[in-house]
Design a binder for this molecule. Structure first.
Ligand code: PHE
Length: 370
């Protein structure tokens, strides 16, 4: 800290030579020096330097003045110097205390300002994802069938040939096995059971009937796998929803009525349904369900190949042979089953022309279905 006044012997000589008025001027200048230094103090460090410079016992300015001005002052000036020194001492002490409080308060203010949270700032908007369009489609199926009293069942994606084929009346040599090109898992050395990735959700029919006595009304949404080459309508993993109803009094009529209701709920009230004879080893009779073309209302267009109809899924009355595998009484029970491709339904409903889009997870695609 610079000390502009010379508080040394030369100043004492000044005092000696001067009058009480001169003493007063000296002390006025001293006070102005101090006030300027004190006003500049704005941090705890500067405050400490100020205190040490002015009040330090050994080398402080006020000690120097006591030693150099007061003690050697001639008797006629001693009183004036002493009084002025007392005044400035009181002033310095008071101001230094005052500055201490001010510096501490502003430090607190700074700390508070730094910690301050502006509650009026808008929050950080985090992007929210949407349910995948396939999930939305499956939710739709669940909503419709839950309203008909069905419940949702699930089963493993890694299956045994027994559940995927045999118990569904597809024996080893049956040609139907060829139509579902299957992923088999590598057999660990010494393993007795062959595992595969299920090619349809139908094995969950068998698993459910093994555990549960009729009446059974379930739908089974889930992933299925086939060794198909990927293109715009094929994927080696896709989604099915299986349906199964078994009870003592189920008729072909209930079967048709349920399917028709479901198709109208899903595609809209104008859509007509058609049942075409078909074949599945686990249903008899079997039917392929068609809907009137949702793109041209049945008038005929490129998408329905000018037939007015679009093929939707396979279904049928449960083949009594299947009941034999789950110890159901085939003479007393009756039921129907169906298995539909979720991906295909979503493509038809939302006009999507490439199944691969579902699995590429391009947000520009996914966002269109939020
Ligand atoms: N599981 C058959 C398939 O994937 C569909 C189906 C299910 C047909 C139930 C009839 C009854 O092709």
């Amino acid at each position: 800290m610079p000390v502009p006044l010379d508080y040394t012997r030369r100043t004492l000589d000044d005092i000696r030579a001067g009058s009480p008025e001169h003493v007063e001027t000296l002390f006025t200048d001293l006070r102005a020096d101090f006030d300027a230094a004190a006003a500049a103090v704005d941090t705890a460090g500067a405050w400490k330097s100020l205190r040490d410079a002015w009040l330090g016992r050994k080398s402080g300015i006020l000690s120097a003045i006591t030693d150099n001005w007061l003690k050697p002052a001639p008797p006629e000036l001693k009183r004036a110097v002493g009084a002025a020194l007392n005044q400035i001492k009181a002033h310095v002490e008071a101001v230094i205390e005052e500055r201490r409080l001010a510096v501490e308060a502003s430090a607190d203010q700074l700390a508070l300002a730094a910690e301050r949270t502006d509650l009026s700032l808008p929050g950080v908007a985090r992007p929210i994802g949407t349910r995948h369009i396939l999930r939305q489609t499956m939710d739709d199926f669940e909503r419709i069938f839950l309203s008909l009293g069905y419940s949702v069942a699930q089963g493993p994606e890694i299956e045994t040939p027994y559940y995927n084929f045999e118990a569904l009346n597809i024996p080893e040599t049956h040609p139907a096995r060829d139509t579902m090109d299957t992923f088999y898992l590598d057999l660990p050395p010494g393993a007795l059971t062959q595992y595969l990735l299920r090619t349809h959700t139908s094995p969950v029919q068998v698993r459910t009937m093994e555990k549960q006595q009729p009446p059974v009304r379930i739908i089974v949404p889930g992933k299925v796998y086939r060794r198909d080459n990927p293109d715009s309508t094929h994927s080696y993993m896709f989604h099915q929803v299986e349906g199964l109803a078994v009870d003592t009094d189920i008729t072909f009529c209930e079967f048709k009525g349920t399917i028709e209701y479901f198709i109208r709920e899903f595609f809209g009230p104008k859509v007509k349904t058609r049942f075409r004879p078909s074949y599945f080893p686990f249903t008899e009779p079997s039917a392929e369900v068609d809907a009137s073309c949702i793109f041209c209302d049945g008038a005929g267009c490129r998408i329905c190949k000018y037939s007015g109809w679009i093929e939707l899924f396979g279904s049928g009355m449960v083949d009594p042979a299947v009941y034999g595998f789950v110890n159901y009484d085939a003479k007393k029970l009756c039921g129907f089953a169906f298995g539909l491709g979720v991906d295909r339904f979503a493509m038809l409903k939302y006009g999507i022309d490439d199944i691969q889009l579902f699995f590429q997870n391009d947000v520009r695609f996914l966002r269109q279905f939020s």
